[in-house]
Write a protein that binds this ligand. Structure first.
Ligand code: ATP
Ligand code: MG
Ligand code: MG
Ligand code: MG
Length: 469
């Protein structure tokens, strides 16, 4: 079996062999973009190179970039544990051309890696192109010999990438692997494309235009390439499993979670182990990159992730804090690729232990309240927003934890009511503060809190600067 560590190495070696500079992953907190919460794509650290603001000594590069998608435009948090292919933390493998090669070489390199070096069955691969991109369509035909029906033209923004309202943009081409007709789901562009049968493994972005703010779209003099491949998804393909959670890295983490809690990792407890394994990775890498749990901003996203995992540990019957005890397994799996994880191990363990110890004190009381509040509710019902807010305010339950806790019973949560209750509390706090006399400075303070989000941070979720590829 090809391990995930081997696949990462093989990808980087392949592109290095094709003249690309090996670039180490940037930290998860973007240093070049204050509007973005976390690095969420391999191209993010290269944004200024693509726009020409920054010059590097090389014109092509390859990397394996740590990514988190748990907030902002790309929020995959709710999918975790329930789809075969989404994580909050994942690694994006990429090759980049800064005004060097363009479509033809990008497609040639991608196809050769997948079908020659890695030996994937070409008959299982389907690609998409932007509906007007005849050039990419013809190249796929010429280079890969794909029949017309396996080069699907997509008219939506899924196949048109833009850095923001202005700047570099262009069509993209996604490569899908067909896991077989025993799995529900249709090909890309079909009504049931959201199933897990055809899994998107690689996205090739062809940056060929410069969008002028509020104006025309000009041809870039030197078009560029940005690609992103999900390491965990391609590992599933190469290890002959359908589900990312059945790959070597996740198996090791899930096995340890099963050992420590003495529970089965299949059946009714499977989703909990998956959530724990995923959130362990996200939490550990975030802490390793300097994020600490907090009541706002990046730290609040981390806290939400940690607490959700801790609730699942409690569901499994863990009598003592669990998460910190899983860190050694994570370090064993990923520490050689990411030495920062090894360096930060003591801090990661201490932070997880402290948060879990604190949270466990209120968790049971909160869950008791939740049980009482939902005793008369059944499938399809909705928990009042007021109750969700009380859980948040008194017991430290982030909104999505409440949602996740009721998901299994098919009970929804009144988000509008929750937001209103939150708004009322903010207004009351503002009024109380004004009463103290110094209204002018208080307004400035509350404006900052409102803009940056005192509790649930939304200020960085700007669509325009999102680094999706
Ligand atoms: P999807 O449509 O499956 O949500 P995407 O189009 O949002 O994926 P891209 O932004 O194109 O993904 O990112 C490039 C690659 O990164 C994808 O082709 C996929 O292999 C991987 N990827 C994206 N999101 C995730 C995630 N949440 N977990 C694991 N891998 C992911
Ligand atoms: Mg997505
Ligand atoms: Mg997609
Ligand atoms: Mg994509």
């Amino acid at each position: 079996m090809t391990s995930t560590n081997d696949i990462r190495r093989s990808f980087l070696d392949y592109f290095a062999g094709e003249g690309h500079e090996r670039v180490a992953s940037s930290p998860l907190v973007p240093h070049n973009d204050p509007t973005l919460m976390f690095v969420n794509a391999g191209m993010v650290p290269f944004k200024n190179v693509f726009t020409g603001l920054e010059h590097r000594a090389y014109s092509t590069a390859t990397s394996s970039q740590k990514c988190v998608r748990a907030g902002g435009k790309h929020n995959d948090l709710d999918n975790v544990g329930y789809t075969a292919r989404h994580h909050t933390f994942f690694e994006m493998l990429g090759n980049f051309s800064f005004g060097d090669y363009f479509k033809e070489r990008a497609i040639t390199l991608a196809w050769a890696l997948l079908t020659k070096d890695w030996g994937l069955d070409p008959n299982r691969l389907t690609v998409t192109v932007y509906h007007t991109d005849d050039e990419a369509f013809d190249l796929w035909k010429k280079i890969a010999g794909l029949p017309d029906h396996r080069i699907i033209r997509i008219p939506t923004s899924d196949n048109f990438w833009a850095m923001g309202d202005s700047g570099p943009c262009g069509p993209c081409s996604e490569i899908f692997y067909d896991h077989g007709d025993h799995i529900p789901g249709g090909p890309p562009g079909s009504p049931d494309e959201d199933g897990d049968r055809f899994v998107e493994i690689w996205n090739l972005v062809f940056m060929q235009y410069d969008q002028i703010a509020g104006g025309p779209r000009l041809d870039l003099p030197k078009p560029s390439i940005d690609t992103g491949m999900g390491l965990e998804r391609v590992a599933a393909v190469m290890q002959g499993v359908h589900d990312n959670y059945d790959t070597d890295t996740f198996r090791a983490l899930i096995a340890e979670s099963g050992n420590l809690t003495k529970t089965l990792t299949t059946g009714a407890t499977q989703a909990s182990h998956r959530v724990i394994a995923d959130h362990l990775r996200a939490s550990s890498f975030l802490i390793g990159d300097g994020v600490l749990p907090a009541s706002e901003g990046r730290g609040y996203v981390l806290r939400r992730i940690m607490r959700r995992a801790m609730r699942h540990a409690q569901l499994l019957g863990a009598a003592e804090p669990l998460m910190y005890r899983l860190v050694p397994s994570l370090v064993a799996e990923m520490g050689s690729a990411y030495p920062e994880l090894v360096r930060a191990q003591p801090l990661i363990e201490a932070t997880l232990l402290q948060e879990e110890t604190r949270f466990r004190q209120t968790l049971n009381n909160g869950l008791k309240l939740l049980d009482e509040a939902t005793a008369t509710l059944g499938e399809g019902d909705t928990l009042p927003g007021e109750t969700a807010f009380k859980l948040y305010d008194t017991y430290g339950f982030p909104y999505d934890l409440t949602e996740d806790a009721l998901r299994g019973r098919n009970i929804g949560v009144d988000k509008t009511g929750f937001d209103e209750a939150m708004g009322r509390q903010k207004a009351a706090a503002r009024a109380a503060w004004k009463g103290s006399g110094d209204a002018a400075s208080a307004d400035i303070w509350f404006d900052i809190v409102d803009t940056l989000g005192g509790t649930e941070f939304t200020g960085y979720s700007s669509d325009a600067s999102d680094g999706q590829i």
